[in-house]
Structures are given as C-alpha cells and as structure tokens.
Design a protein around this ligand. Structure first.
Ligand code: 7TS
Length: 422
C-alpha cells in the first residue's frame, strides 16, 4: 500500500520475515505526498530515508547532551567523548573489525577513498606503478586515484564488466601484476546492484602484494559486512546510504596500514605535541580526524547500525530479494524496457532504459506520479559507455519499499510510453 505510512503487507512481503508495515511506521517521510500522489521512494541508493530512531538519537543528543569531544574536563564533554567512542565501537562491530582504532570517521565514502589515495597510495607510488580499478566504479572510486596517479606518474588499469554486469575475473587476473600497488573495487555497484566477489579479488590483490580498497557505499544497507572475512585492507562507507545521517561515513583500515600513513589534514585533535619547530601526530584513528568531528552524526550513525541490526540481515535480504525479483519480472514485461545487467548476486537495485525515451523524461513522468527514481549516469560514466547508453533509469529498494509500490513504478512507465510514444 502506498497511500500512507501504515502500509499493509502483501503475502509475499509478509512471508519474507520483515514486517514492512511496522518498518514504514518508523519512517514518517513515507507519509509525504508528491505531485498529489503518495510518495514512492525508489532512490535509496542515492540516499536512504532515516527512521525516527536515528533522528531522535541525534536530536536527543543535540538538545540535551551536546558538547565537544576530547577537549573538556567537564562532565558534558566527557559524556560526549564517551558517546563518540561508543559510536566508533558500534561501527567496529558492524564491520567485524579487530579494533575500534581501525575505524576512522570521515565525511563519507568519498572522503574515505580520498584519504587512502592521498595518504596511503600517494607516498608509495612510483612512475609506472599501477592502480587497478573496475569499469563499474562510481566516480568517487576513480577520480581520487586518477589524481594521485597523475601526480606520481602511475598508470590506471581497469577490469572490464561482462554483459551480465559482472566483473570479468579472467581479465582481472591478466591485468594484475607486479606493478599493481592498489586494487580499488566497489563491493556493490550503484548502477547494477552487482555484488562483487571481494574475497576472490582480495586473494588476487595480495598475490602480487597490492592492497585492496573496497568501496562499500552500496553494500552496507543490504548485506552484513565482515571486513576480515572479505579479506580487504580498506573499507569505505557512508552513513546516509544506510538509513543514517549525511555528513559522516567511515574508513576501516588494517592497523599496520593506518599506522604507516601520514596525516592528510592538519589541525586540532590529530596531534600529540605541537611547536613551531615540529609537530608529532596522534596514532590512528585520531591522526586522520583533524578538527571537531561530526559528533552528532556519529551518534546517528550508531543508531542506524542498531536499527539495521535489529531488523536482521536475513529479513532485510529476503525482503529486498523479493522486491528485486518482482521488479525485474514486471519491468521485463513492459515493451521497450531494456534491463541493464543481470548478475547472479545482486542487491535491490535495477537499472533500465526505455527505447526511444530519454531517461530524464522517464524520470519526470514517474515523478509526476509521485515515484522518485534516479535518471542519470549515476556518477558512473565509464559504465554507461560500456553499455552504450548516456544514462539509465534506476530504481533502488530499501527496507521500507513494498510490492504495491512497484505498481506505481510500472504504471508510470506505461504512462511514459503513452506520452512519449516509446
Ligand atoms: N561509491 C558508490 C558505489 C556510491 O554509490 C556512491 C554514491 C559513492 C561512492 C559516494 O558516496 P558519498 O556518500 O561520499 O557521496 N552514490 C550515489 C548514487 O548512486 N546516486 O547518488 C549518489
């Protein structure tokens, strides 16, 4: 049901273990009306809506307990510091890290990747060294590497994507070599929903002594992440994709790698002793958190982790798999709709084009019916080129979406074909 926040559950959704009507009550946003229609929010891959528990954790802290961290002897500051430390510990458990000191709070995934590119890769890179990326990366996991590669005279190599939207691992084995210093791969594609086989790629990277950075922005809302089981060296994510606040994300890094990295930004909170002659730096994670950190957002992030874990990964995965299967089936039935990618392991993200109709026009017609999708290149222009399109329409699903909402999506696509004659 799409009319209010108190959506009913269909048989399919009820059976999958997630009580969606209850979930929807946690998200007041879903009561909104857009263009005189109930909102159908299918753009969680861009940013997810926040449940009341996350916003209340932030507002309670801001209204009742707010103070700066690490600086004060007063009780409020000590409490704020304890809450900030607890948030880091929550993220440590969330990703299965060995120690909380391996979790660096950043402004988001983009900042986390830039930190690794600047602080780990840049000092190591020599002319002719190689950085291995994939054809399905978000620009956030391309441009930072290009910048440091250009500075150092290093070379970018790219693992191709198959027609199904999977990484071509045979090619990956040819592309990796003794000059490869860094491999940087999305855990989940923001366009295709493909879940990449990170443990396999980790083995490949480590076989040549390279480090593996995983861009987890699109994985964290959908799958339980265990950085040790994945075998990667760095893992980057954003809170706003996992029902948390914007303005914060995190980088997990192996302790010995973080310890060897110089700071990338200087300021308060990241030092041991400062004089005009010399400054010594704090150990990680503080070394990489110059200035007053996003304290309130860290508390919201911890609340988002708690929210996801309380729903349970099995229920989340089953619910999203139900939505994905049904969406894929119904979209494929619409004449002129071409789905992009069909990987075996996917999360709830589906990209498509409609013959003869620009994705923006499709997006606009859907918007008139209250359906929010993304219609663009999704900051993945190389992947668009790979599939011979300038952009796609992307519907992405979250824990609050229902099978009934697919009716609105499908109806909007029929309407777009009627209006534009696609
Ligand atoms: N990596 C991936 C795979 C992403 O999908 C995104 C954002 C980022 C990195 C950057 O995250 P940020 O929080 O630092 O901005 N992806 C999208 C998207 O697909 N539509 O809008 C933003």
């Amino acid at each position: 049901m799409t009319s209010t926040g108190s959506a009913g559950t269909t048989a399919g959704v009820a059976e999958d273990g997630l009580d969606v009507s209850r979930v929807r009550r946690d998200f007041p946003f879903l009561r909104a009306r857009i263009n005189d229609h109930p909102v159908v929010y299918l753009d969680s891959a861009a940013t997810a809506q926040r449940p009341r528990a996350v916003v209340e954790a932030e507002s309670d802290f801001a209204l009742l307990e707010y103070a700066n961290v690490h600086r004060g002897v007063h009780t409020l500051s000590q409490r704020a510091t304890a809450r900030y430390d607890q948030a880091r510990e929550r993220v440590r458990r969330f990703v299965g890290a060995a120690a909380a000191s391996e979790v660096v709070f950043t402004a988001g995934t983009t900042a986390a990747i830039n930190l690794v590119a600047r602080s780990h890769a840049r000092p190591l890179l020599r002319p002719g060294d190689e950085i291995l990326l994939t054809e399905m990366e978000h620009h956030s996991n391309i441009v930072p590497w290009q910048i440091v590669a250009q500075e150092a005279g290093a070379v970018i190599r790219v693992i191709p994507v198959t027609d199904a939207g999977e990484l071509d691992l045979d090619q990956a084995a040819h592309l990796i070599g003794s000059r490869t210093r860094v491999v940087a791969v999305a855990h989940v594609s923001n366009v295709l929903g493909t879940v990449n086989p990170i443990p396999v790629i980790a083995e490949l990277a480590h076989s040549v002594g390279a480090v593996l950075l995983v861009d987890g922005a699109q994985a964290v809302p959908h799958r339980r992440v265990d950085v040790q089981a994945l075998g990667c060296d760095f893992y980057a994510a954003s809170a706003h994709k996992m029902y948390g606040p914007n303005g914060i994300g995190f980088l997990w890094g192996r302790r010995e790698l973080l310890e060897a990295m110089p700071p990338w930004q200087g300021g308060g909170g990241m030092i041991e002793v400062v004089s005009f002659d010399q400054t010594t730096f704090a150990p990680p994670p503080a070394r990489f958190e110059a200035g007053t950190p996003p304290i309130t957002q860290a508390i919201g992030l911890a609340a988002a982790v708690e929210y996801l874990e309380a729903l349970g990964w099995e229920a989340i995965e089953r619910h999203e798999a139900t939505l994905l299967a049904e969406a894929t089936r119904r979209l494929a039935e619409i004449p002129g709709v071409r789905l992009i990618g069909n990987s075996a392991d996917r999360v709830g993200v589906v990209s498509f084009v409609v013959d003869g109709i620009h994705p923006h026009d499709v997006g606009t017609v859907l918007d008139l019916g209250g359906v929010a999708v993304r219609a663009s290149h999704h900051c993945a222009q190389p992947l668009m080129r790979r599939f011979g399109v300038t952009g796609t329409v992307r519907a992405s699903f979250g824990v609050y979406n229902t099978l009934e909402e697919l009716d609105a999506l499908v109806a909007g696509l029929h309407e777009a074909r009627r209006v534009f004659g696609g």
